[in-house]
Design a protein around this ligand. Structure first.
Ligand SMILES: *[C@@H]1O[C@H](CO)[C@@H](O)[C@H](O)[C@H]1NC(C)=O
Ligand SMILES: *[C@@H]1O[C@H](CO)[C@@H](O)[C@H](O)[C@H]1NC(C)=O
Ligand SMILES: *[C@@H]1O[C@H](CO)[C@@H](O)[C@H](O)[C@H]1NC(C)=O
Ligand SMILES: *[C@@H]1O[C@H](CO)[C@@H](O)[C@H](O)[C@H]1NC(C)=O
Ligand SMILES: *[C@@H]1O[C@H](CO)[C@@H](O)[C@H](O)[C@H]1NC(C)=O
Ligand SMILES: *[C@@H]1O[C@H](CO)[C@@H](O)[C@H](O)[C@H]1NC(C)=O
Ligand SMILES: *[C@@H]1O[C@H](CO)[C@@H](O)[C@H](O)[C@H]1NC(C)=O
Ligand SMILES: *[C@@H]1O[C@H](CO)[C@@H](O)[C@H](O)[C@H]1NC(C)=O
Length: 904
């Protein structure tokens, strides 16, 4: 027990003066839920409470007390779970103190037999918990230092506490300066009454005996050995000097020790806390007794003397006590005490700064909504949408509300650490936040913001910045790189492009950029920005040339045998360089030039031969960012696709050799095969088998799609074929390969709609030494890029699964992965479609498939598609699992259409 106490005494002469009592000045007596005004037996005027509270319902309850029936009004607050419900109590004299006395009745007014429990606050202080199970009625008295012209008196519901009720609420002005002694001159403490005893009197008293209408309780331990006003004393008293001004009739009685040496009071306390004790003495005896005063066994006053005809007061504060006893130990004559008050000291939390409060009020107004923000934002409980540390507003989270702009008032919330304004219809520039130096988390996602503004230069504490799903345009500003504490930057699904500042390319910072037009750390420029093109990758789209539709239904293979040895040696040299730079990708299979000669059927051609085969590059059948694709005819009549690249960068050479090497290693019916190549001074030419059906993208969105729409069964067949090709790359080929650029334009169809995967320019073989596949430059195509690979740069087969999942979504929904028009919610195919498909909501299925598919078939395909695009790679199925599931879906649909007798 921490027994720190302070003690001060006042002694004063009492004289004589008339006192004017009973005018009820400044009294406010509210009959809560009542409907009429009335004057009670103490001549106190009561009024209904409607003018002081705007919520709650009124009623009355009858109950039997002793032999008579009583009737009290009450007000109950059904919706108190939604936030504080408050009275606004007017108080006249600022820097005075007032007494506030609520009385709570339950008396089973609702017939439920469940007395409620709830908390009550005054100003910013949660001042007590009312539990009507323990006492009904429940009466409280608080002494409150006035700092404003109204005091909020609020109900705070507690979990399963039921509906708060109140029956009466009284406000009484107290004498100037009363109850401040020993409390410091601060206004940050309130007093909650535990005991106020009229010692030596067995009746309780209040107004008009006490003009301030304090209730002085009877001295319950009053017993015959104690005496009171039997002595002939002078009346009335003049008590100027004792600021608490106890009523004279209270001082006229005392508990006096008559026969024993020790007089003791025991005061049970219901909780551990800090307590304030006031003792009143009056020299009503013809003698001047002296005695020691002990509280909880410690002497707090030695040889205290009550002089005849004088009144006095002592006060003590005790911290951290749970029980209280007081002993008056005899020295001379008879120890006595005339009145005792015991209060719990309740700290009043600081109010939030007025700048903060007014800024928040302006923000509330700008929403056009009543957010229930009144009084203090942090105490007694934080407002909805607000988080606090002490009296500082450190978080503000309003979302799903129309704000439209970040108004300058946000800049006044200087203590904010978290600001979440997602989905608040913000437009234009990110602005007015530059002053928020404490800000650690800023979420402005799902808005329509278009530019970064200049505020980020000063947001030095920022750790998480979420700008996803806005309309941010242009490049990412350099000043983001100055935010040294930043560890997550989410820029997904904006319209950003270009190179990210290198200062963001650091170990402890995760940058999410998928769903932008073209955004990466690479310094290579993005060509062809609006054509949904590859990032740093050759992009080839094969059209279905109408001229050739009638003949050569099958791709033919013709070997051209003009083995130019020097070209081969040149390749060997390049491979050697490549190997040295890339770290032994070729060691297992292509270590020597003799092995290279065995690159299967791949032939080396001269440019001259190719010129002849393509009739001097006459007919373009495809165009990509790094070159064009021409139709060619080899000497034996076989049609080929000739891909001419003009990329002279080292990366371009790498990807060329990479593709030549890998393609020469793999042969599979669902992979486009390489027929030959040519690598001369300024030319990199690849010769593929020619597939007359065009790419899947063409068939879904291009000119082909207008003529014939792909049926669901065809789409599934294409998916199965492509999955077979990819599964072979992952699991069947040697070396095993990650494609890295799976997309619908890299799936080609032959004349019989068999699908083959093409374009291995970015592919990477998986070697044992390379388990984690950490790559320095993330490559792939916007809209298909695995977000986990993008953020962690850890490449696995699951990245292909993700990209293939996007292709499946395209097949199901009949739309492209990124849609630059339309509403922002549907901009990104994955984000838009996944929730629907997971929920089995097939309204997003391609319109031209509606009514033609078997539900189970669609359900399986949709499910595997949705799982393939899980953000967490470990949640995605393997390619083999995808293939198995698609085969099932295909089989189901096949029997569905067969049973219906048509197979389109
Ligand atoms: C009752 O109070 C009013 C003022 O509120 C006063 O005028 C009146 O004299 C009082 N009556 C009694 C009986 O005290
Ligand atoms: C409470 O009051 C509101 C409006 O004043 C009323 O709609 C509602 O029915 C009342 N509820 C009860 C339980 O009396
Ligand atoms: C109210 O008091 C009763 C009886 O002491 C107790 O069972 C109940 O838990 C209390 N309620 C709250 C909310 O403290
Ligand atoms: C309140 O202030 C007014 C004027 O300042 C004064 O006349 C009155 O006595 C004060 N009342 C109390 C209860 O302090
Ligand atoms: C209030 O306290 C401060 C220091 O805490 C003291 O300087 C000042 O004189 C006090 N004022 C009054 C009116 O007691
Ligand atoms: C008790 O107090 C009441 C009201 O103050 C007074 O009328 C009565 O005389 C007192 N009784 C004794 C025994 O002092
Ligand atoms: C008063 O409190 C003290 C300390 O808590 C204790 O030692 C003492 O026994 C108590 N006296 C009585 C009469 O309860
Ligand atoms: C107690 O105080 C009185 C007067 O203040 C004094 O006369 C008396 O001697 C004191 N007694 C003791 C034991 O200190």
């Amino acid at each position: 027990m921490d027994l720190r106490w302070s003690c001060l005494g006042f002694l004063l002469i009492y004289g004589f003066s008339g006192s004017v009592l009973g005018d009820q000045e400044g009294f406010l007596s509210l009959s809560c839920g009542g409907s009429t005004s009335f004057v009670d037996s103490s001549n106190i005027s009561w009024v209904p409470d409607d003018d002081y509270v705007s919520t709650g319902n009124g009623t009355t309850v009858n109950f039997i007390e002793g032999s008579s029936t009583s009737r009290v009004p009450l007000r109950f607050f059904l919706d108190s779970q939604e936030g504080r419900k408050c009275y606004k109590l007017p108080v006249k004299n600022i820097s005075s103190v007032v007494l506030i006395r609520p009385q709570f009745f339950y008396k089973n007014y609702d017939g439920l037999g469940k007395p409620p429990a709830f908390q009550v606050s005054l100003g910013t202080a949660t001042i007590t918990t009312v539990n009507l199970t323990n006492s009904d009625p429940w009466v409280e008295e608080f002494i409150w230092p006035v700092t404003k012209d109204t005091v909020p008196f609020c109900f705070l519901s507690i979990l399963d506490g039921g509906v708060p009720v109140i029956s009466s609420l009284e406000v009484r002005p107290l004498p100037d300066g009363a109850y401040r002694s020993g409390m410091g001159n601060l206004t940050n403490k309130s007093l909650r009454k535990h005991y106020r005893v009229n010692c030596g009197n067995n009746t309780s008293t209040r107004y008009p005996v006490d003009p301030y209408d304090r209730i002085w309780d009877a001295d319950l331990n009053f017993s015959p050995s104690h005496l009171s006003t039997g002595f002939n004393i002078q009346l009335p008293f003049n008590l100027l000097g004792i600021k608490e001004s106890p009523p004279l009739s209270v001082l006229q009685s005392a508990r006096v020790l008559a026969r024993k040496n020790i007089l003791t009071y025991n005061f049970p306390l219901d909780k551990l806390g800090d307590y304030h004790i006031i003792l009143y003495f009056a020299g009503i005896l013809p003698v001047s007794p002296s005695f020691d005063i002990l509280v909880n066994g410690d002497v707090v006053s030695y040889n205290y003397t009550v002089k005849n005809s004088e009144a006095g007061m002592l006060f003590f504060s005790f911290k951290g006590i749970q029980s209280l006893n007081m002993t008056f130990r005899n020295i001379s004559f008879y120890p006595q005490v005339n009145a005792i008050e015991v209060y719990e000291i309740v700290d009043i939390p600081l109010e939030a700064s007025s700048t903060t409060v007014s800024a928040l009020q302006v923000i509330q107004q700008s929403t056009g909504l009543d957010l229930g923000w009144q009084d203090d934002p942090c105490a007694p409980t934080p407002w909805k949408h607000i988080g606090c540390e002490g009296s500082l507003v450190t978080s503000l989270e309003i979302f799903g509300i129309d704000l439209r702009a970040i108004s300058p008032t946000f800049g006044d919330l200087l203590d904010l650490k978290t600001l979440d304004l997602h989905n608040t219809s913000l437009t234009g520039e990110i602005q007015n936040l530059g002053s928020l130096q404490q800000l650690e988390k800023l979420n402005l996602s799902f808005n329509h913001l278009t530019s970064f503004g200049s505020d980020f230069a000063t947001l030095v504490s920022l750790q998480i910045l979420d700008l996803q799903n806005n309309s941010l345009q242009g490049t990412v500003p350099d000043n983001l790189g100055n935010l040294k504490g930043l560890h997550l930057l989410n820029l997904e699904n904006n319209k950003l492009q270009g190179t990210l500042p290198q200062s963001l390319n650091r170990e402890n910072l995760e940058v999410r950029t998928s769903g932008n037009i073209c955004l990466s750390f690479s310094t290579l420029s993005c060509n062809d920005i609006y054509s949904n093109s590859s990032i740093e990758t050759p992009h080839v789209t094969m059209f279905n040339p109408t001229k050739h539709n009638g003949h050569n239904r099958k791709a033919l293979i013709i070997g051209i045998t003009c083995g130019v040895l020097c070209a081969l040696l040149f390749i060997a040299f390049l491979v050697f360089i490549y190997r040295r730079e890339k770290g032994s990708k070729f060691t297992s299979t292509a270590g020597t030039s003799s092995e290279m000669r065995n690159w299967n059927a791949t032939k080396v051609l001269t440019c001259k031969e190719i010129k002849a085969a393509t009739s001097n590059f006459k007919e373009i059948i495809g165009r990509g960012s790094f070159g064009s694709v021409y139709l060619g005819k080899l000497q034996d009549g076989k049609l080929v696709a000739v891909k001419v690249r003009f990329d002279q960068t080292p990366l371009g050479a790498d990807s060329f050799i990479n593709e030549v090497y890998l393609l020469s290693q793999v042969r599979h019916q669902n992979l486009v095969s390489l027929e030959g190549f040519c690598h001369e001074s300024k030319q990199q030419i690849l010769i593929y088998e020619y597939l007359s059906g065009g790419s899947l993208a063409d068939n879904l969105y291009g000119s082909n799609s207008k003529n014939v729409t792909l049926s669901w069964v065809r789409r599934l067949k294409i998916a199965v074929d492509a999955a077979k090709g990819l599964d072979y790359l992952h699991n069947g080929s040697n070396p095993r390969i990650i494609h890295r650029d799976v997309k619908s334009s890299n799936i080609l169809l032959d004349s019989e709609m068999n699908a083959k995967v093409c374009d291995f320019g970015l592919s990477k073989q998986i070697s044992q030494a390379d388990v984690t596949h950490v790559t320095t430059v993330v490559k792939g195509t916007a809209g298909y890029l695995d977000p986990e690979y993008y953020s962690t740069q850890q490449l696995t087969e699951k990245s292909d699964v993700y990209s293939f999942g996007v292709v499946l979504l395209e097949l199901i929904c009949g739309r492209e992965p990124l849609c630059h028009s339309g509403n922002p919610d549907s901009y990104n195919l994955v984000l838009w479609a996944k929730p629907y498909l997971q929920a089995g909501a097939f309204e997003i299925v391609d319109d031209c498939l509606k009514g033609t598919f078997d539900m189970e078939s669609m359900r399986r395909a949709a499910s595997v598609a949705a799982r393939s695009v899980e953000r967490d790679a470990s949640q995605r199925p393997t390619m083999a699992e995808v293939l198995a599931e698609l085969k099932e879906a295909y089989g189901i649909q096949l029997s569905y259409v067969t049973s219906r007798g048509h197979l389109n």
